[in-house]
Write a protein of this length. Structure first.
Length: 187
């Protein structure tokens, strides 16, 4: 099969059948791109998730763009990204035309409640997979523990705190620890 068509269809399928945004899609992208298609490695997926989260734009689209670029350069990136975006665009457009009427149907409203639960489970699954692949260093485990505690406190006490700030703080801690470790090694 033409690689461009395969990229488009693969990411269109992910975009069509995965609800809940980028975090929910991470597990599906990993299964498809690492385990089934073998387009990227486990380490690349872990790095990709971190980079895609810290760069502008939706995480799933950033993942599709990277995988497409790795396979077929700029055109591959465009094709994979278009495949990821097109199904969501069409679905959102159609739903927006009939949203009020759509949500009045009890079975559809109930289905959306179930989808919310499934999305939460997919996000937790992605987090567990990433945690299993992390190198368990004392600094990494400390940053992980503090981050989880901070997110739980923010959500439990309904505080207003940006996850971007949490990511930047963790990055600063990592950079400082790396600089200190390099400095100590040179002496």
């Amino acid at each position: 099969m033409n690689v461009f068509l395969e990229l488009f269809l693969t990411f269109a399928k992910i975009g069509l059948f995965t609800f809940g945004g980028g975090y929910a899609m991470i597990a599906v992208v990993e299964d498809t791109c690492v385990k089934i298609k073998k387009w990227i490695t486990d380490d690349e997926m872990l790095n990709l998730t971190v980079i895609a989260e810290s760069t502008p734009g939706p995480i799933a689209i950033n993942c599709a763009t990277y995988v497409g670029y790795k396979q077929k350069g700029v055109l591959g990136a465009a094709v994979a990204t278009f495949g990821m975006v097109l199904p969501s665009f069409i679905i959102i457009y159609l739903i927006s035309m009939f949203l009020d009427t759509f949500l009045e149907i009890k079975i559809i409203a109930d289905a959306f409640k179930g989808i919310k639960l499934a999305v939460g489970i997919l996000v937790v699954d992605a987090g567990i997979r990433m945690f299993k692949k992390l190198k368990k260093t004392p600094l990494g485990m400390t940053v992980f523990g503090v981050s989880v505690a901070a997110v739980l406190c923010v959500n439990f006490f309904a505080l207003s705190f940006s996850t971007i700030a949490l990511i930047l703080i963790a990055a600063a801690v990592g950079l400082c620890a790396n600089a200190i470790a390099k400095r100590g090694g040179k002496k």
